[in-house]
Design a binder for this molecule. Sequence first.
Ligand SMILES: CC(C)=CCNc1ncnc2c1ncn2[C@@H]1O[C@H](COP(=O)(O)O)[C@@H](O)[C@H]1O
Ligand SMILES: [Zn+2]
Length: 347
Amino acid sequence: MAEQFYKDLPKVELHAHLNGSISSTTTEKLITKKPQLSDQHNMTVISRGQKRTLEECFEMFKIIHQLTVSDEDIFVVTKDVVKEFAADGVKYIELRSTPREEKSTGMTKKSYVSSVLEAIKQCKNEGVDIDVRFLLAIDRRNGPNIAMETVKLAEEFFRSSDGVVVGLDLSGNPAVGDGKNFIAPLQAGRNLGLKLALHLAEIPNQNEESEMLLSIPPDRIGHGTFLHPEVGGSQRLVDTVKKYRIPLELCFSSNVKSQTISSYDQHHFHYWYNLGHPCVVCTDDKGVFGTDLSLEYQITASTFNLSKTQIWDLSYQSINCIFAPESVKSDLKRRWNELKPGLFTQD
Ligand SMILES: CC(C)=CCNc1ncnc2c1ncn2[C@@H]1O[C@H](COP(=O)(O)O)[C@@H](O)[C@H]1O
Ligand SMILES: [Zn+2]
């Protein structure tokens, strides 16, 4: 559990996968409806101090996906996840999820997205204090044709969701498939006005793929762990990211627990923060990695010795990286400034 300062800090969450963000309370709820899966419960979270390989982490999603197979499941999960982020002091979130169909329950990709959006709407009607937006995710293992279908689905909801659907994500096991196959669908999405948040250089030796994806260019980068030359990336990659000033979504617990980074102090946050490059602290999969955004901010502060003012600035500057329009950014900044005095008189 994070200290009160980090909980009270108003925060922006820009990298959260819906099915990776399910809490153990919600998992229990889902298991009650599916008792045949009851022995899978402790398979869906990596506890404190534990680590897994990246491959093992992706295996966990197969189990989680068995728990969320109907529109009702997706609705319940979205509502709970949104409320949990709000309770953790997150004032603006961009959730992302891969539309899935499930023949046994009649869930289609379209009804999947509708269920997410209905849950978001209900949270808003109930007065939950958080602005929620949504990105449709493309899973690399499904290939470019499915990716193009996802772009079309995103286009439909982009037009009809009153600004809730803002973009596309490219994710899934980075060792599977080739990123260059997704350039065309991603570019098509971009031309439609959808913003792009792409997982990039999450594992080593993907410089060629990273270069191609950066040439689009994306609006934000997920992880970017192996972009810089010290870890086998290249100065050219760094220069491109700097030239376009593409913000990085950084996820400490995720990277350490899935072992793409050996320890917190080795995290590339250090590299990019020292360059003055926009860095956004995120959770990735708060359920799987047993974390929340407050804790990720606290880890950032304690690992790199950042003061409370520096942490405040980090959170405030994240507002510039959201995909919602400028007017939303201004409103959030006003809100942050109203909350600031209360936060700094606690000492
Ligand atoms: C497993 C691991 C190391 C997690 C951290 N890094 C990740 N890298 C790439 N894709 C991810 C990651 N975490 C979640 N995802 C994507 O998000 C999905 C789960 O959320 P959803 O079903 O899209 O709602 C996964 O199936 C995967 O496609
Ligand atoms: Zn991710």
